[in-house]
Design a protein around this ligand. Structure first.
Ligand code: LIP
Length: 268
């Protein structure tokens, strides 16, 4: 882990915890959460912007030379760039379901260098630096040992960014393997569950960088496999995502991304 990243990980952890406290306070104050739609099934609350502004300010104060790209207010890249989703699982947050998190990732010259995810309702802080291993509340994270799809439980993320027919086709292919699947509404947490060994895989036809970069590092540091999400224009335009335990990698890839397509960041 490079020294610039080493200096940034503890700050990212502290900012994620502070943001988590704010998210939890707002979430518990149910009467005050109004929401609107940025697009079909794409929720937005005032808290998304409030949290992003807090995180952007704290990181700019600590590392003024860094770039920042946030889901709500965008931004620009630099040699070291923070990529942040202030509330991943906004639909859940807006509707009173506690399955949401903040996702903070740091991109450096060699790729993803730091990943931090805080799930405030569950009281979980997950984090990794490149090469340090992945940790959940200080305990090492390891992917599962599952080695057969008939014993696998995976998550298939969904958003209207891809046609419903393509999602239903994906679900059908995965169910045909005998795996169980769910869709819980937060890509970041779905990927982090793979790193924690609570899920055996996560796939989605399209996801944005701010949703997944932190989780990708957690999975890789916990012994799992992911496709090359940043291939092509992944940072700016998003890409498909596949993350899984090594024991099901071949079978899961065969189900969700025939041939080597998934390796280059494409499913279909
Ligand atoms: C979420 C994404 C994920 C998708 C969810 C949701 P948001 O992002 O992480 O790709 O499956 O439905 O869109 O909008 O909650 O930050």
């Amino acid at each position: 882990m490079s020294s610039p990243a080493l200096a940034r990980l503890p700050v990212a952890q502290a900012v994620a915890v502070e943001a988590g406290h704010l998210m939890r306070r707002r979430f518990l104050d149910r009467d005050r959460i109004a929401y609107e739609f940025k697009g079909p099934q794409d929720y937005l609350t005032a808290v998304d912007g409030e949290v992003e502004r807090l995180v952007r300010g704290r990181l700019a104060e600590a590392f003024p030379e860094d770039g920042f790209i946030g889901e709500e207010d965008g931004g620009s890249a630099a040699a070291w760039t923070w990529v942040v989703d202030p509330i991943d699982g906004t639909a859940n947050f807006a509707r009173g379901i506690g399955h949401f998190c903040i996702s903070i990732a740091l991109l450096g010259p060699q790729g993803i260098e730091v990943g931090v995810i805080c799930q405030p309702v569950a009281g979980e802080l997950m984090y990794a630096g490149r090469g340090t291993g992945a940790f959940l509340n200080g305990e090492p994270m390891r992917v599962s040992q599952t080695s057969a799809m008939v014993r696998a439980s995976v998550e298939l993320g969904w958003s209207p960014r891809r046609p419903a027919a393509a999602y239903l086709d994906l679900v059908g292919r995965v169910m045909a393997t005998g795996a169980a699947f769910r869709r819980a509404g937060s890509g970041a947490l779905g990927i982090a569950d793979v790193a924690a060994g609570r899920s055996d895989g996560y796939a989605e036809l399209h996801i944005n960088a701010w949703d997944c970069l932190a989780g990708i590092l957690l999975v890789r540091e916990a012994g799992g496999w992911t496709n090359d999400f940043l291939a092509g224009n992944g940072l700016a335009a998003g890409n498909p995502i596949i993350a899984c335990a090594p024991g099901i990698q071949a079978a899961f890839l065969a189900a969700v991304g025939p041939g080597g397509l998934a390796q280059e960041g494409r499913l279909h």
